[in-house]
Design a protein around this ligand. Structure first.
Ligand code: GN1
Ligand code: MG
Length: 359
């Protein structure tokens, strides 16, 4: 159930430059951070209305500047653009100050589009690779200095390790007991990644959250149209976008799958994804290509350690549907981290073979 009534949503929507008519709303409930609603004026959605979680994204103005700047560059025959619907005062977002503070924005809904939480279809994996490459290529025109870090050190393993250790120190002993397998795995991988350094990699404007369901596809043709959810768009390394896509495409199970027997590293989907990237190459340096397999290990692990930290902290960051959801998510993310480690040389072989470098 949404915590907002249709009446409240309608009143909010009236602050934006939308046609005056009767709208209905349907919440999208699979995000962990923002509150998102589809806005209908008929059988198909017309807009997305979204409340930005300002506890997570503290600099909403900076975030919206990033998005606006990126939208200027994300414009290509082979990339579907999304537009922000301004407020009646000409702002890219609405800040509500009376009562509970909140920030809202409205975007156009792309008709005939769909998103997948998981896939078994190599065509979808290929298209995902192609659009992620296109996205990163288009954003090479952006000036990294103009972008704020919407979540500082978002993918910084040292920071995530410190936050984890802090949570562990104050966690209640029964939680530590319940999470003992996850704690063991965390320490094992932290030791493995301790010397991992990303020196010599170019800093790009990246998406930083390229999970499969942040890509829109054409319902009719399965062509990838564009990336959505640009809140974490900021400086980063390409291996982040690579790794987060591999995490959600190459594993055919959902990221919170509790039956670990279903968590797989599907080589065919990996190949198809890399083939998709290679449809738009070259745009990566040799050093970037060399580090890609690390991205596929790092990203599921980072998400896993963050979920585990939140479990130990008593679920203060992610929205949860049941008490141990964060722990379950960490365990399944760790199961995929292990699969990625097991396929490390395979990933190296395929990426080296299929991706030509710019240098
Ligand atoms: C969060 O709410 P959602 O699904 O957009 C998280 C991402 C994770 C994702 C799923 C700001 O995003 O990093 O990939 O959950 N976003 C933030 O694990 O923490
Ligand atoms: Mg997100």
């Amino acid at each position: 159930m949404s915590r907002y009534s249709d009446k409240e949503l309608e009143n909010l929507l009236r602050n934006f430059s939308v046609e005056e008519k009767k709208y209905t709303f349907r919440p999208i409930t699979n995000g962990y951070i923002n509150d998102t609603f589809l806005v209908f004026d008929g059988p198909t959605p017309k807009y997305i209305l979204q409340r930005i979680n300002h506890k997570v994204f503290e600099n909403v103005a900076g975030l919206m500047n990033n998005v606006q700047d990126a939208f200027k560059h994300l414009n290509d025959d082979d990339y579907q653009s999304i537009t922000l619907t301004e407020t009646v005062n000409g702002s890219s977002y609405l800040s509500v100050e009376n009562g509970e503070k909140a920030f809202w924005r409205v975007m156009t809904y792309i008709d005939g589009s769909t998103a997948y939480n998981t896939t078994e279809d190599p065509k979808v994996a290929f298209e995902a690779g192609k659009v992620i490459a296109k996205f990163n290529i288009l954003l090479q025109k952006a000036n990294t200095a103009d972008y704020v870090d919407t979540i500082p050190q978002f993918h910084d393993l040292d920071l995530r390790k410190r936050q984890f250790e802090e949570a562990l120190r104050s966690a209640d002993p029964s939680k530590k007991e319940t999470a003992k397998d996850a704690l063991l795995f965390t320490n094992k991988v932290l030791a493995k990644l301790a010397d991992l350094k990303f020196n010599g990699l170019p800093i790009r404007v990246c998406h930083n959250d390229t999970k499969l369901n942040n890509i829109l596809f054409s319902k009719a043709t399965k062509k990838a149209l564009c990336l959505i959810d640009l809140d974490t768009l900021m400086r980063g390394y390409f291996l982040y976008d690579f790794g987060d896509a591999v995490r959600t495409i190459v594993n055919t199970a959902p990221e919170d799958e509790q039956d670990h027997g279903k968590i797989v590293f599907d080589k065919g989907l990996f190949d198809a994804f890399v083939d998709g990237l290679s449809a738009n190459v070259p745009f990566l340096s040799k050093r970037e290509i060399d580090t890609l397999p690390w991205g596929a290990v790092l990203m599921p692990f980072l998400h896993g350690i963050r979920a585990l930290t939140d479990y130990l902290n008593g679920n203060i960051y992610y929205k949860i549907a049941y008490e141990n959801q964060n722990l379950d998510r960490s365990l399944s993310l760790f199961a995929f981290t292990q699969k990625a480690l097991d396929h490390f040389s395979y990933m190296t072989e395929v990426t080296q073979k299929k991706l030509p470098s710019i240098d």
